[in-house]
Design a protein around this ligand. Structure first.
Ligand SMILES: *[C@@H]1O[C@H](CO)[C@@H](O)[C@H](O)[C@H]1NC(C)=O
Ligand SMILES: *[C@@H]1O[C@H](CO)[C@@H](O)[C@H](O)[C@H]1NC(C)=O
Ligand SMILES: *[C@@H]1O[C@H](CO)[C@@H](O)[C@H](O)[C@H]1NC(C)=O
Ligand SMILES: *[C@@H]1O[C@H](CO)[C@@H](O)[C@H](O)[C@H]1NC(C)=O
Ligand SMILES: *[C@@H]1O[C@H](CO)[C@@H](O)[C@H](O)[C@H]1NC(C)=O
Ligand SMILES: *[C@@H]1O[C@H](CO)[C@@H](O)[C@H](O)[C@H]1NC(C)=O
Ligand SMILES: *[C@@H]1O[C@H](CO)[C@@H](O)[C@H](O)[C@H]1NC(C)=O
Length: 708
């Protein structure tokens, strides 16, 4: 995670070009040490808390048994799922159509510990300030995990990812129907970190195999799921659903006055009119159903509402006359000795600088805050950046750069990752100028805040996507102000022996010079959103990316520490619901909210994934691939549901997904291997230079036994 190591530690600095840098480096070092100490403290705290929890939770459960199946309160969802009365989620409440709330969760109105929200162990309740921005009136995320629970349900009866096509078959136990078109949608159960088989009321999450269509209404139905304690029986039907399905009356339902409180007479009408007939047409007879409900998917405009305000503010800044207020400052320029032409020639020059007066949309300029509400520019911020010149530019006189490549770093990393060995080789081979900024919201500087939030205030989750959105602003303004300005080419630091490193600025957008984006892991995930957000990018390469985050965290081995932190406040039973809730916030700060922008604006993405990846699981990569309308290139014979195979020749730009099969004996883990593979690099560079043309790099086989 700590990518501050310098590959060329042994190299000698030349001082000619240095600004007053030694103090700055000392300061940076002390900042790193302080940060390191903070992380150690957080880690120790986390360990202590986890230890306490492993003692405390079973104790608490023993003293205070889980709510029994008979607990029904006025605040429950009308389905009355035993032991988990907030479910199912996401779900429309057609009743309150005049009230822009769904599932009876009225954000803000439900101050404090509303029973419809996951309950915390220690924290008092959900902070209303952080809920106000979550308006379900417009619908839910296109990739919301669909969460439900039946007492003792057997997850083995649900369609898993390897058999996702079976979710469209006649004998499927679950069904997802687009009620607007009448078509079925593929979905799958992800056996995840979240399912606790010992809890009879544990919830499960089904994931759409591809993003649902914006603005459409969907119906979900469940049948024939067995009881895992007693496989000869089906899981029991929740009381509320039974009342609706079987038209029970106030008298024979046994619910007494609650029958009217929940308005079952109206639900019976709605279900028998709008929901059961649709399910029946697809072979799901009402009497077989154990559960069914409907939900609406948010429109593109509703999802991107705040992002669009930000984009238009930036747009005005870029064209306004006071755009000069944004300032660039170079802090440090260092040169290094190059190695002779060999595999690792190294970086010739590393430039650190900062852009100030970048518009800020967060309430405060520090990690852990949320977007201002109502959304507006609240001030300005300073964004540090790194520029790296490879040795190839200095070793042969007159060599000019071919591309300005932005690199997006991995999980909770920093811009220092741009100095990695594989990028350095790429940069030397292709004469790339590489630059990077930190992903605000998900960089090493955010780690303390993220853990504090997960441990103590999970209701403040929106801080991650909100800061990431500000991170898109940071990266976009730096690209505009530094790299797309005429002044950049004139910098001394961008000259080698009086010759500019960059070809004449006019040829950007011409054929001799281009700008590109490349990111790995988190950089390959957030990159999809950045390319859509940025007015300057038309294409980009995403290494080992995937979406949505709610699916990735339920499977990724990298997510385990974060989930452990969450388990201090949340019971395992509530984790799937929490994951689906936070996806609603997360859309604008990850690919999900931006997929239709990429398609509508004809921006193309090349996505490289590893089939054996355990950090960004292949299911997430393929959901993203489908959301990009990509075609598939992969090992011989590999067929992936919903991803058409590549053609032999491509005559137009498009999005492409390339799946690599990495051998177990390869010198790196699959997640690390793909970025180092030569074939991948050749294809990616071709894609970036041509802005979207894919050249067939593994005609017979996309297999890697060596990561070079
Ligand atoms: C919706 O509004 C109508 C009148 O505008 C009212 O009669 C009805 O009770 C409202 N429904 C709910 C659930 O608030
Ligand atoms: C919506 O519901 C909330 C709380 O139930 C209520 O305060 C508000 O007045 C309602 N709004 C409308 C437009 O009916
Ligand atoms: C459903 O049908 C498919 C073939 O159409 C079969 O492979 C699968 O095992 C069946 N599943 C169940 C649960 O019967
Ligand atoms: C149940 O009630 C609804 C109206 O409330 C009616 O349309 C439907 O036909 C009834 N179904 C059965 C099976 O009685
Ligand atoms: C979505 O927003 C765009 C621009 O803000 C607007 O032109 C368009 O009409 C909106 N679409 C809908 C369906 O509201
Ligand atoms: C600032 O805006 C003016 C137009 O008002 C434009 O000509 C100029 O290129 C802009 N500056 C930058 C750095 O984009
Ligand atoms: C997806 O790509 C196919 C070609 O591969 C094209 O026919 C189709 O229109 C595309 N869909 C969208 C939504 O762009």
């Amino acid at each position: 995670m700590w990518t501050t190591s310098y590959d060329q530690g042994s190299s000698v600095e030349e001082n000619g070009m240095l600004t007053s840098s030694s103090e700055l480096w000392l300061w940076e070092m002390s900042r790193d040490i302080r940060l390191y100490r903070l992380v150690v403290v957080v880690f120790v705290l986390l360990t202590v808390l986890c230890t306490l929890c492993t003692l405390y939770i079973p104790l608490k459960n023993a003293l205070q048994p889980n709510p029994s199946s008979s607990t029904i309160s006025k605040d429950c969802h009308f389905i009355l799922t035993p032991g988990n009365c907030m479910l199912p989620f996401p779900c429309d409440n057609l009743f309150s159509q005049n009230n822009s709330s769904t599932c009876s969760i009225v954000a803000g109105a439900n101050k404090g510990n509303g029973p419809k929200l996951p309950r915390f162990r220690f924290r008092q309740g959900w902070d209303a300030d952080w809920l106000t921005q979550l308006d379900f009136g417009e619908g839910f995320s296109r990739l919301s995990p669909i969460v439900f629970s039946l007492e003792n349900l057997n997850p083995a009866d649900l369609v898993d990812y390897d058999h996702v096509h079976l979710s469209l078959e006649d004998n499927s136990t679950t069904i997802l129907i687009d009620a607007t078109t009448g078509e079925r949608a593929a979905h799958f159960y992800s056996s995840s970190h979240f399912f606790d088989a010992l809890d009879p009321f544990a919830a499960v999450a089904m994931h759409p195999a591809q993003p649902l269509i914006e603005g459409h209404r969907y119906i979900f139905g469940v049948r024939n799921v067995r009881n895992r304690k007693n496989p000869s029986m089906l899981a029991p039907i929740p009381k509320g659903f039974q009342i609706i399905r079987d038209n029970q009356t106030a008298d024979n339902s046994g619910l007494g006055s609650l029958f009217h409180h929940f308005g079952y007479a109206q639900w019976q009408e709605i279900y028998h009119r709008d929901i059961f007939p649709v399910l029946n047409r697809h072979g799901f007879a009402p009497l077989q159903l154990l559960l069914a409900w409907q939900f609406t998917v948010k429109s593109k405009n509703a999802t991107l509402h705040s992002a669009n305000i930000i984009r238009s503010t930036l747009h005005s800044l870029f064209s306004s006359t006071n755009n000069e207020s944004v300032q660039v400052e170079l802090d440090d320029v260092r040169e290094f000795k190059c190695k002779p032409i060999s595999k690792n020639r190294g970086w010739f020059r590393k430039i650190h600088g900062q852009v100030s007066n970048v518009p800020l949309f967060l309430e405060q300029d520090r990690p852990g805050t949320k977007l201002s509400h109502p959304l507006r520019q609240t001030g300005t911020t300073v964004v540090p950046f790194t520029v790296l010149l490879p040795c190839s530019l200095s070793q042969t006189a007159g060599t000019q750069a071919t591309m300005l490549l932005q690199y997006g770093h991995g999980l909770m990393g920093s811009q220092g990752e741009a100095q990695s060995d594989y990028l350095e080789r790429m940069a030397n081979e292709y004469n790339l100028v590489v630059w990077a900024v930190d992903w605000r919201g998900m960089s090493q500087y955010d780690i303390p805040c993220v853990f504090k939030m997960l441990l103590m205030e999970p209701d403040h989750f929106a801080m991650i996507p909100h800061n990431v959105l500000q991170g898109f602003v940071d990266a976009t303004v730096v690209l505009w102000k530094v790299f797309l300005s005429n002044a950049f080419r004139e910098w001394d630091a961008m000259h080698i022996d009086d010759t500019p490193v960059l070809p004449s600025f006019a040829s950007i957008d011409g054929n001799s010079f281009s700008i590109g984006y490349y990111g790995n892991s988190q950089g390959g995930i957030l990159g999809a959103a950045l390319i859509a957000f940025s007015p300057f990018y038309v294409s980009g390469v995403l290494g080992v990316g995937g979406a949505p985050y709610s699916l990735l965290i339920s499977q990724s081995i990298d997510a385990i520490p974060y989930i452990r932190a969450l388990q201090v406040e949340l019971s395992s039973r509530d984790l799937p619901l929490y994951a689906s809730w936070i996806q609603q916030w997360w859309d604008i700060g990850e690919p999900t909210g931006w997929l239709s922008t990429l398609i509508d604006e004809e921006k193309y993405v090349l996505l490289h994934v590893a089939i054996q990846d355990r950090q960004v699981p292949i299911a997430g990569g393929e959901v993203l691939g489908r959301g990009l309308n990509a075609t598939l290139m992969g090992p011989k014979g590999r067929v992936v549901f919903g991803l058409p195979k590549e053609k032999t020749t491509w005559l137009s730009p498009h999005s492409q997904m390339v799946e690599w099969s990495v051998a177990t004996e390869a010198d790196f883990a699959p997640h690390e291997c793909v970025r180092r593979a030569r074939k991948q690099i050749i294809q990616s560079m071709e894609f970036l230079f041509s802005r979207g043309y894919v050249f067939q790099i593994c005609p017979s086989d996309c297999r890697l036994s060596q990561c070079t």
